[in-house]
Design a protein. Sequence first.
Length: 113
Amino acid sequence: MEDCLFCNIAAGKIPSDIVYEDDRILCFRDIHPQAPVHVLVIPRVHIASVADITEENCEIVAHIFACIPEIVRILGLTEGFRIISNCGADACQSVQHLHFHILGGRQLKDHMG
Ligand code: DGP
């Protein structure tokens, strides 16, 4: 989608600090990190949010999760990490392109707030 920020990052039209990429997904550092390590994993294809995952497009989600062990190895997150996907207004989703936050590098709070 032309006016989607993460589609433009995935297309290389907007620069990002890339950690991992392949033909289907991209992982880059969050511009406003909430932890010492904070990256976003996105599909290159536009899906607006978790609420838009279907039987037809869900294979990309499996691929993202299949790549996460390699991504956290690259990031050196040997002590653990958290994965979050905000969906919709109540969850404060600010970019309407499916993304999974990976947070780590410090002791994270034991609540989901
Ligand atoms: P969410 O609020 O869950 O929709 O997360 C969107 C995240 O995207 C937020 O943590 C900040 C990050 N972000 C927004 N704009 C940019 C950008 O231009 N570059 C990068 N690297 N991250 C961005």
